[in-house]
Design a binder for this molecule. Structure first.
Ligand SMILES: [Zn+2]
Length: 143
């Protein structure tokens, strides 16, 4: 293994468990500006969801396209070390699915916001967030 791989690997280990990523901060800033208040990373909930709206019983999960293997142009594993990356990213996807179904079974509605949605025009994102938080019953995820 060369040093670039080692660097990427430790970067991976750090980022996959990290909080306060740039996309997450962007969503938090937007919602805060709209007057929403939320708790962050509640440990007692499955997967420590990024944003928790307790009185609405809703959570928002902000996913990086690469680390959570989104079906978009940023979601593909690298060409090198394919075995390692495929296994790694597949585990992440499994964990996401497990956490989301655990949240749903506890009565929490989940909205997944992808990193690439945040880069898209902000009004679209704002509408998605508000529709989710104000709406009743529908769970939105584009996976
Ligand atoms: Zn994406």
């Amino acid at each position: 293994m060369d040093t670039i791989d080692q660097k990427r690997r430790s970067e991976n280990m750090r980022r996959i468990h990290s909080t306060d990523t740039a996309p997450e901060l962007a969503v938090r800033r937007l919602l805060y500006g709209l007057g929403y208040r939320y708790r962050l990373h509640r440990k007692e909930l499955p997967g420590r969801p990024d944003l928790v709206f307790a009185s609405r019983r809703k959570v928002i999960l902000v996913h990086g396209c690469f680390w959570h293997a989104h079906a978009c142009k940023d979601g593909h594993p690298p060409k090198t070390n394919q075995v390692y990356w495929s296994a790694k990213l597949a585990r992440n996807v499994e964990r996401d699915a497990r956490n989301q179904s655990a949240l749903l079974s506890l009565g929490w509605e989940c909205l997944v916001i992808w990193e690439c949605q945040i880069r898209a025009p902000a009004l679209g994102l704002q509408k998605t967030l508000v529709t989710f938080l104000e709406g009743r019953g529908a769970t939105s995820s584009d996976r």
